[in-house]
Design a protein around this ligand. Sequence first.
Ligand code: EPU
Length: 415
Amino acid sequence: MEKFIINGGKKLNGKIKVHGAKNALLPIMTATLLSPGEYKLNNVPDLRDTRTMSELLREIGASVIFENNTLYIDTANVSNPVAPYELVKTMRASFYVLGPLLGRFGKAEVSLPGGCAWGPRPVDIHLDALKKMNVNITLSGGNIIATGQPVGSEINFRFPSVGATGNILMASVISKGQTILKNVALEPDITSLGEFLIQMGADIKGLGSNEIIINGQNKLLPVKEFDIIPDRIEAGTFLIAGAMCGQELEVSNVNPDHLNDVLSKLESSGVELICENNSIIVKGNKNILPTNIVTGPYPAFPTDLQAQWVAYMSIANGTSIVEEGIYFDRFTHIPELNRLGANIFLDKNIAKIEGVDFLRGAPVMSTDIRASASLILAALYSRGETEISRIYHIDRGYEKIETRLKHIGADIKRV
Ligand code: EPU
């Protein structure tokens, strides 16, 4: 099994480019199922999740070619609206095929996702909304069997779930009548999915607000070419790396509007940031001020940067509090960070972090994408050598991270 060996303490300098957003890409890939034809997606990150979703689309009958960060998808021969357990269990975002398959075929069979590394992740919000849209849902052999063309309805999500908003948006663009979605997710990934659907001919109003109105169409058309937005989570990870270990690091291909809360927390922690067009320059922070965060639905601080923030605060000058408001158990990085010498105490979903003067390299284990990113940040800062095992997690969300970090001065190798 592959590992990273990191010799910490090197200064990060130069320019690092942010790639396309995984969480915008995955639902857009499934949206191509809505209308038969050819699609071209640009700025696609080369991730394990991109390959898993490509495999799933092929399983359903699409042709998918991925080269030079460009995806060519042809959904003309899609005929098998089934997402098997083998693929769904490795990537929960596979559940995104449910909405588009229902829209196009009026039926779908998708394996019910189980829990994940940090606890249960139910899909009741997706299923309740589909039931309201007159779709018949049954469970057989661990699979959700959904039948019936979705019918327009008014749906008030009990929580602004990213996945449910995306799935129901895709289920409603080809449907009978009008759908009104209330309390929707506002994440830029969802807005970008909505823009893609509009380019397919969908009638969607209110994107970016918490109420979206969709007038169902009979059919949609393929989008010839679409650019995936920059990954705000990757950008945030690199900005935190710059604050912890940077001399002067330029993080390019960023949309600063997608990072408002993160940038303001970085500034509160004493970092100097210079925003220029689509780049942000970050200078190493020599006096890290303890800065509390509470994660929540966008535009609040993202849960996908919580682990990285905990790594950052572990070397702050004082005590900080990090509260996880989305996934109450998403803290598997804490015992691993403590192995590097951090002083972090967990009480339910609240981490109390007492900043230490230095971290020291040790063998640690990564448990999910963002926990891995947090361990890499801590290892880059630590004195001596850190060995991070189970790094297949990081390849799900960050393209060739070691090559890109090496380019800005990190001493990191994959063995
Ligand atoms: N929830 C329910 N029922 C549902 C759906 C969600 O109770 O039917 C709960 C979840 O258990 C969780 C909260 O609602 O407590 C938020 O879940 P959400 O549905 O918003 O998350 P998701 O769509 O499953 C996406 C990202 C995650 C990111 C979350 C929150 C993708 C492919 N995944 O997941 O990304 O953490 O939104 O922003 O977009 C990652 O990239 O590392 C990652 C985990």
